[in-house]
Design a protein around this ligand. Structure first.
Ligand code: PNS
Length: 162
């Protein structure tokens, strides 16, 4: 049983994330979408909202589940004996940061491999922060996030602005 972990803040999940998760699900027996704390960011959506959005967006993929861990990704990998960390790369600007993280995770837990999947061209510019910005200013985010979470995401973003 080969298990992949797709880690991130998912604040909120985007079409770019979902594409990477779906492709990971076609390569591995099971996929865990793992919400972790990014010390550089303060999340806009609550943990339960982010987990709920991911569950809804991946409901057609029975081999995908959602989890949360309040610690190092490497410790989660060790605890669950998962095999691979999957990261999406949009541009060279992602690479430097992701490469450093991959090396650090390899040092902390050598048994897990980090694999990079390149984004689809239509998702190259898509990010959670862009969605939060456009959505909170009442712009159209319908092509950027899974349709099943669109209304709830808009509600939270528009309410926050009031
Ligand atoms: O979606 P993001 O915010 O770019 O994801 C970054 C994240 C959450 C995967 C990263 O910050 C992380 O792995 N946080 C958990 C703590 C950890 O393991 N840090 C890496 C040390 S090498």
């Amino acid at each position: 049983m080969r298990t992949a972990v797709c880690p991130g803040s998912f604040d909120p999940i985007t079409n770019g994330h979902l594409d990477i998760i779906q492709r990971a699900a076609s390569l591995f027996d099971s996929v865990i979408v793992l919400i972790l704390h990014n010390p550089a960011k303060e999340p806009c959506f609550s943990l339960s909202q982010r987990m709920d959005f991911i569950r809804k967006a991946t409901q057609d993929y029975p081999q995908v589940r959602v989890d949360y861990y309040d610690g190092l990704l490497a410790d989660y990998m060790r605890k669950t004996k998962a095999n691979a960390i999957i990261k999406g790369l949009r541009a060279m600007s992602d690479f430097e940061y992701e490469f450093q993280m991959a090396l650090a995770n390899k040092k902390l837990y050598p048994e897990a491999e980090t694999l990079f999947l390149t984004t689809q061209t239509e998702n190259m510019y898509v990010s959670s922060s862009l969605i939060r910005q456009i959505g909170s200013l009442h712009g159209d985010i319908s092509d950027l996030i899974p349709p099943v979470i669109l209304q709830e995401v808009k509600q939270v973003l528009n309410h926050e602005e009031d």
